[in-house]
Structures are given as structure tokens and as C-alpha cells.
Design a protein around this ligand. Structure first.
Ligand code: BLA
Length: 519
């Protein structure tokens, strides 16, 4: 266990993958290759397996499991483990067999086996699973829009799991997020449309949620269980628990849930292009264990929804995209009628702005004395441009494009003109000749409904020191977003990338014609 004191500046660095602790509703065994010798165990083996940790350490797993189960574990390790986990495990030598759901995987130079006691009436056959999800999958696929799909999913997950509240949480491009669908008991405070800052689900937590489809905390008031010995003997470092289903949760997050009045929580990952797109977040006000069969059904729903995201998102902006495409074609057609590119731009100024719904643009061509810049609409002062362009040169190097919805966050001098230019979308037509088009969007004093004060996750203690504290209240209040413009849509960014290839064609042709006249 590390002793890092978490505060707002190091929130992203809390090593949540190596807590050295598990939640007490299962046991964790770390095994050495070949003989499956038990080299590290959680401290609760006597409660759940009937053996003290010290009795188990150094023993082969075959002391606990019969040959058939050991063979099943090897088979699970030799193929894609997701296709076989969870295994049915029973511990030998007990008067009454102890039955578990077991998951096994290789990680951190060892083999990890995690066991959760089976609940009495639990049946997890394929037919049961199929019955549970069949209708849901069809509904998801038929949903005409992204939001309707999310609405169906929260209803279905609530029905299947019996969680009190189920929500879809969607990340924006800056890592903050909002609740876009919710199913909850009548009369409960709605979280729908509330926005939450990026720090509520820090980067490293998001990373773990892309590795695992499901995160379950059945009772936030649990007593964490230590691993013995503290380090993984295979590495002599704390066990990397990135894949562990029993991993103990960050104390900060536990406090956060407690402050929300949540006792059990479960999140299902929504992943698009290997990135975390959002989470299906489930809450319960009393402890709630979710059996493996139900979890598998939820995981499957999350996976199907993830696959559908791309199609549904594409439909979302369809009308707008069609309009953008026609604007783009008309713009380039008109531009090619002009002898010089810059003359054309001056004439077609409003079209240039419409292309990406910008309120201002600057077009710069040439270098040194030959440099010409045209300002259209609302733009930063001319004097501020050379420094901005110099800074941009490095930012834009990789793919000829740069975009931000808060320029002052990445380029502090922009603070001065954030009112008219918080959003910047920049295109390098040619980097060699420093030919750029810059589009600007004003700061939207957009009033967003934040689920708390995004700037006040830290609370002052009596001694004056600051300690990170999740917000005590989730009551709705409003926060004006300073220095942010409306985000650039993916289809707008794509249109600009397309514009580049079309413009290169026009410019080359104009240059050729000019050369021909001069011959
Ligand atoms: C994890 N934070 C999470 C998770 C959610 C949220 C859904 C996933 C784990 C789970 O399902 O319980 C956030 N939950 C929300 C939000 C809503 C919700 C926004 O229901 C809105 C309705 N949390 C903080 C701060 C820190 C923090 C300031 O508020 C950082 C210091 C950390 N959140 C944090 C960590 C995790 C987390 C470390 C990972 C927990 C884990 O998996 O161990």
C-alpha cells in the first residue's frame, strides 16, 4: 500500500491498481506457474474457504481443488479466458461442499484466482442468460437514435439487475461528463442532464474501466481485506490488480458514494474505438450483491451497446453532416472560379464561417514580407496573431489540424481575448509555407447544470490545510463555464480535414495556370 495523500493536483496519480486490498465478498489467491503453488492470499480465507492463510501459503492448489477443477483452470488459462470464466469451483474436504464462481487469469508474472461464494438460488445456465438478454438486444438494435438506445438500456439494466437507479454517463472531449439517460424510482432526485467534472472519474480509473467491462462495489461500508504477504512474491512488488474483480475501491470514491447516499454501485463500460465513451452507472441505497449470471448479462448488454454506438452516433448528426457536405462542395467550387485563392476567400467570407459554424476566421498565406492575413468576422486582435501562429506551428505539426474549445487553457495569452475566441479550430494547408486557416468560436457563457462545483472538490480543514473531498451535496446548482466555447463536432473537424485536400487541389491548379500564363 502506498501512502500517497490524494489531493486535487495528484488525483490522477492515486495508484488504484495496487491497493493491496480486496473487498470482502470473495477471496483472492495468487498462484505460481506449473504447480499452482499458492504464494499470496487474501486474509479472509478462513471465513470463506475454512483454512487460515498461513495453512494455504506454499501449498499446491490441488490441496483445495480436485483434479477435474485443476484441469478446468489450465484450460481456462490456455484459451481466451473470457470464453470460459467464471468456473464452477467447489472446495474439497468440507462437510458441506463450498461452491464458488471462480475467475482465473495470468497477470503480473503470476496466476490469479478469485472466488466468490455462489448464492443459494443462483442459476446461471445458458438458457437463463439468453432469456434475460434476448429481448433487450433486439430493442437496442432497433432504437432509432442514440438517446432512445440509452433510454432503453437504462430501463432494461434496471429491470434485469433490480438496481434502484440506472444511468448512462457520457464523457465529453475534455473528460467531463453528463447523465444522458436515467431510470429511477418516482420521486427520487433526478440526475438527468447534470454535468460532472473530469476529476470525478480520474484518468487511471477510466483506464481500468477500458480493461474491464464491469466494476462492482456491493457494499461501500465494507472492511477491506489485506493480501498476505503484502507483496506479490513473483515480483516483490504490490500485486497489480488491474484485472481484479475484487479490487478494493479508492477511499475517495467510497466517500463520494457515501455522500451521495449510495451503498452499492455497479458500472458497465461503454467502449468505442478502444476508448471509454461512457459508463452505465447503477446505484442502490442498501447493500446489493449481483450474481455472476446477471453481471454477465449486463456485460453483454454493454458490449452490444458499445458496438451500436458508432452507428447511432453517425445517425445523430446525419442532417447536419449532409448540410456540411453541400456547403463544402459549393465553397470549393466557388473558390476555384477565382484567380487567386485569397481573393476568393475574401468574397466567400460568410461561407467560410458557415462551414464549421464559426464566428470568426483568419486566413494566413505566405511568410515574411510576403505574408498576408485576412480577418473575417470576430477574431483576436491582429497584434496577438504572430505569437499565436508561432505557438500553433508546433501544436499542428502532427496531422495539420488542431482544435480546442478552451484556447486559454492550453495557451494562456488567449485569456485576453477568450470572449471572442475561446474555441479554435486550425488547419495547416501547407506547413512549409505556413499557410493556415484559423476558425474561432466565442466563449459561451453557457450555463451548464453541474452536479456540484467543479472547482471545489477540495475542502479546507480547520487547520487551514486543504484536503480533497468529494462534494457533499449533489443538489443542482448552476455554474457558468468560463473560457469555454461550444465543442467542435467530429463531423466539423472531418469537414475541415476534407477541405484541406480539396484546397490543395485548387491551389495547385491555380499555380499551374499562373505558371502557364507567365510562360
Ligand atoms: C470512480 N466515479 C467513479 C465511478 C463513477 C464515478 C461512476 C465508477 C465506479 C462506480 O461505478 O462506482 C462518478 N458516479 C460518478 C458520477 C456520478 C455517479 C459523476 O453516479 C453522477 C451521477 N472522485 C471524485 C474525485 C476523485 C474521485 C474528486 O469525485 C479524485 C480524487 C476518484 N472516482 C474516483 C476514483 C474512482 C472513481 C479513484 C475509481 C474507483 C475504483 O474503481 O476503485
Amino acid at each position: 500500500m502506498t501512502e500517497l495523500r490524494v489531493n486535487l493536483t495528484n488525483c490522477d496519480q492515486e495508484p488504484i491498481h495496487i491497493p493491496g486490498l480486496i473487498q470482502p465478498h470473495g477471496v483472492l489467491l495468487v498462484l505460481k506457474e506449473l504447480k499452482l503453488e499458492i504464494i499470496q492470499v487474501s486474509h479472509n480465507t478462513s471465513e470463506l474457504l475454512g483454512h487460515q492463510p498461513q495453512e494455504l501459503l506454499g501449498k499446491p492448489l490441488s490441496d483445495l481443488l480436485d483434479a477435474k477443477q485443476i484441469a478446468a483452470i489450465w484450460q481456462c488459462l490456455s484459451v481466451e479466458f473470457e470464453s470460459i470464466n467464471p468456473l464452477n469451483i467447489s472446495i474439497k474436504g468440507q462437510t458441506k461442499p463450498l461452491r464458488f464462481d471462480g475467475i482465473v487469469y495470468r497477470w503480473d508474472s503470476a496466476i490469479v484466482l478469485e472466488l466468490e461464494p455462489k448464492k443459494a438460488r443462483q442459476k446461471t445456465d445458458f438458457f437463463d442468460f439468453y432469456q434475460r438478454v434476448r429481448g433487450t438486444i433486439t430493442k437496442i438494435q432497433k432504437a432509432p437514435t442514440l438517446l432512445e438506445m440509452c433510454q432503453i438500456v437504462v430501463k432494461e439494466v434496471r429491470r434485469i439487475t433490480e438496481f434502484e437507479r440506472v444511468m448512462v454517463y457520457r464523457f465529453d472531449t475534455e473528460g467531463a461528463g453528463s447523465i444522458i439517460a436515467e431510470d429511477k424510482p418516482d420521486g427520487a432526485t433526478p440526475y438527468l442532464d447534470l454535468h460532472y467534472p473530469a476529476s470525478d472519474i480520474p484518468q487511471q480509473a477510466r483506464q481500468l474501466y477500458t480493461l474491464n467491462w464491469l466494476r462492482l462495489i456491493p457494499d461501500v461500508n465494507y472492511q477491506p481485506v489485506e493480501l498476505i504477504p503484502a507483496n506479490n512474491p513473483a515480483t516483490d512488488r504490490p500485486l497489480d490488480m488491474s484485472l481484479s474483480v475484487l479490487r478494493s475501491a479508492s477511499p475517495i470514491h467510497i466517500e463520494y458514494l457515501q455522500n451521495m447516499g449510495v451503498t452499492a454501485s455497479m458500472s458497465i463500460s461503454l467502449i468505442q474505438d478502444r476508448k471509454l465513451w461512457g459508463l452505465i452507472a447503477c446505484h442502490h441505497s442498501s447493500p446489493k450483491y449481483v450474481p455472476y449470471g446477471v453481471r454477465t448479462a449486463c456485460e453483454f448488454i454493454g458490449q452490444v451497446m458499445s458496438l451500436e454506438l458508432a452507428t447511432k452516433e453517425a445517425n445523430e448528426d446525419l442532417d447536419y453532416k449532409v448540410r456540411l457536405q453541400s456547403l463544402l462542395t459549393k465553397f470549393v467550387e466557388s473558390l476555384s472560379q477565382f484567380e487567386s485563392f485569397l481573393d476568393g476567400i475574401v468574397q466567400l467570407e460568410s461561407n467560410l464561417l458557415d462551414l464549421v459554424s464559426a464566428s470568426g476566421a483568419v486566413v494566413c498565406l505566405g511568410e515574411g514580407k510576403a505574408k498576408r492575413c485576412i480577418h473575417i468576422g470576430e477574431t483576436p486582435p491582429e497584434a496577438a496573431l504572430p505569437a499565436l501562429l508561432d505557438w500553433l506551428k508546433h501544436e499542428i505539426q502532427l496531422n495539420n489540424l488542431f482544435h480546442t474549445r478552451s484556447l486559454s487553457q492550453v495557451y494562456p495569452p488567449a485569456e485576453e481575448f477568450k470572449g471572442i475566441a475561446s474555441g479554435l479550430l486550425a488547419l495547416a494547408i501547407s506547413q512549409v509555407h505556413q499557410n493556415y486557416i484559423l476558425w474561432f468560436r466565442p466563449e459561451v457563457m453557457q450555463t451548464i447544470k453541474w452536479g456540484g462545483n467543479p472547482n471545489k472538490a477540495v475542502e479546507a480543514l480547520e487547520d487551514g490545510s486543504l484536503q480533497l473531498h468529494p462534494r457533499k451535496s449533489f443538489t443542482l446548482w448552476q455554474e457558468t463555464v468560463n473560457g469555454y466555447a461550444l465543442p467542435w463536432k467530429t463531423c466539423e473537424i472531418e469537414a475541415v480535414a476534407e477541405l484541406r485536400s480539396l484546397l490543395v487541389g485548387v491551389i495547385l491548379r491555380q499555380a499551374d495556370e499562373l505558371a502557364a500564363v507567365n510562360i
